[in-house]
Structure formats: C-alpha cells, structure tokens
Design a binder for this molecule. Structure first.
Ligand code: OGA
Ligand code: MN
Length: 291
C-alpha cells in the first residue's frame, strides 16, 4: 500500500520556524500525521503551511488540533461570518467599509507582543491565514524568547528570576504609548506575569515581556522599572533572535505565544492586507471567549 504520509519540513531560520508541505488542511488530517505536526510545532514553534485554500471552518478545525479554539463574537471583525452564529474569528485587515475597518489591527507597524499577555491566561497559540498581502512590507516578525533568555548575562538572570511585570492592553493599539491612560484606569485589561516563565512542553526558560504590552515591573520604582524594561526589550528584539515572515497569499501559520513574541513591519496604506485569525487557548480556559 502506498504511503500517504509525505510531508517535507524545511527550516526557515537557523534555530526556529519551519515550512511544512504535503498537508492539505481543507480536510481533516489523520492522527499519525497530526502527531508529526505536533512534534514539529514543539520543535520549531512557528509552522508555515503554504498553498492552503481554507474557509473559516477549515481554519477553525486546524486551530482545534492544537488546543481549545477561542469563541467570543468579535464585533468589529465579523467579516465573512457577519450575521451568522460562527464565533471566534478575527480578521486582521486595513480594508474599510464606510470608513470603518472590517477587522482589527488595521494599519502599519505593530510593536512586539505576545497575544493575550494582558490576560491571566494568555493564548497558547495563534493561527493566521494570509488572504490579501501587500506587495511590500507587512511582514510578521517572530522573536525567540528562549534564545533571548539564554543569552542574558548571568547577573541579569539572577536579578529577574523572581520578578513580575504588569501587562496592559488597549484593544486595537499597535504601538506603545498610543494611550496615556492605560496605567491609571484599571478598566483596561491587565495581568501580572513572571518575567521568566518555563515552557510547559520543552521545559526551557523564556523571557516573558514585550514593548507593546509590558508596562512596569511590580515593586520597582518607576525609573528602575523603565531602565530594566528598556534593556530587556532591546535585548529581546535583537536580530539574532528574529525570524521575519514574508507572507504569500494562502500561507497558514501557527505560532507558540508561550515562547515567542511577534511584531509587524509597516506597509503601504494604499495596499490591501487581509488575514484571518483564530487563537488557541489552554483546554478548559473559561476566560477564553474574548480577544
Ligand atoms: C495578530 C498580529 C500581526 C500581523 O494577529 O495577533 O499580531 O502581521 N498580527 O498582522
Ligand atoms: Mn498579535
């Protein structure tokens, strides 16, 4: 009998991210193949499946292979599910109807962050499917926070070992300090997280902080906190830890928010960018109904 499992895995950068061909996610995938994909996800943390032709439901089924797909109706992001009961989808797009974006995170550059770090239980993973891609820019950058942790000087590792930081997010913001109010108004979603976490699958230590969402270190004076965070942001964004993904339409990506940050480069305003996103939470996460 012919062997049907013929996937090829190709590394996209020297230490993480891989491109996998030979799987069509528009149909359910058998469990042996899925085991290979899970192993690749554990090893590479970002997987790109090119040339996929996927509707929302297909992407939702793909996301469900990695954990609990998030529900929650996203008002500004209903796009192709408008008026239906389908939930959880988020469009990332600069397309506007009557002047109003049809999705979220519409324009330009976005600073490094980890999806859901403003929640007590952040998203395990994010899936993003490229539909319309501008001719230049709009790349998604991934930063490896395990390599960043490993490369820290030992005295800094000692200093941050038991520290916690406050993450706060104003939905829709893409740069730091777009909204001056977020630290003084507790209505903005926020959570306290250790600066160093241990990845539950690999057991590796990772930095957990980002320029977009991490506001201050708990228990530090403001100048001390600002200095240490600035040092750590700059460290975690060094080129040696980054893989830059240049999108092709029909790319399907999944990445691990537990050990990576991601960001977006600027792109021309007059060009269209449209991607579809489903996040994946830890199984049994009751909070996982919102952004
Ligand atoms: C996201 C995100 C980056 C991009 O969807 O969470 O950060 O490249 N997107 O649009
Ligand atoms: Mn994001």
């Amino acid at each position: 009998m012919a062997l049907l499992r013929e996937i090829a895995i190709e590394k996209l950068s020297s230490h993480f991210a891989a491109r996998i061909t030979g799987i069509d996610w528009s149909n359910p995938v058998d469990k042996n193949l899925l085991a290979d994909v899970h192993a690749a996800f554990a090893e590479y943390s970002v997987l790109c499946f090119p040339n996929q032709r996927l509707g929302s439901q297909d992407q939702q089924r793909f996301a469900a292979c990695f954990g609990q797909v998030d529900g929650g109706y996203r008002d500004r992001s209903n796009g192709d599910v408008k008026g239906s009961k389908k939930r959880g989808v988020m469009l990332v797009s600069n397309i506007r109807k009557n002047g109003k974006p049809i999705g979220s995170l519409p324009d330009g550059e976005m600073f490094f962050h980890s999806d859901g770090s403003h929640r007590n239980k952040p998203y395990r993973a994010t899936t993003l499917y490229g539909i319309k891609i501008p001719s230049a820019g709009g790349e998604t950058l991934f930063a490896d926070l395990r390599a960043a942790y490993d490369a820290l000087p030992e005295d800094i590792k000692d200093q941050i070992r038991h520290l916690k930081a406050r993450h706060i997010y104003d939905y829709g913001s893409t740069l730091r300090n777009q909204n001056q109010e977020i630290e003084t108004n507790s209505d903005y979603p926020n959570a306290l997280h250790p600066l160093v976490k241990t990845h539950p699958v690999s057991g590796r230590k990772t930095l957990y902080l980002s320029r977009l969402m991490t506001r201050y270190i708990d228990g530090f004076s403001r100048p001390e906190s600002d200095d240490l965070l600035e040092f750590l942001f700059n460290h975690a964004e060094k080129e040696e830890f980054i893989y830059s993904h240049k999108w092709t339409p029909d790319d399907l990506l999944i990445w691990d928010n537990r050990c990576l940050n991601h960001a977006r480069t600027d792109f021309p305003k007059e060009e269209t960018r449209l991607l579809r996103r489903y996040t994946v939470s830890e199984p049994g996460d009751e909070e996982a109904v919102d952004y």
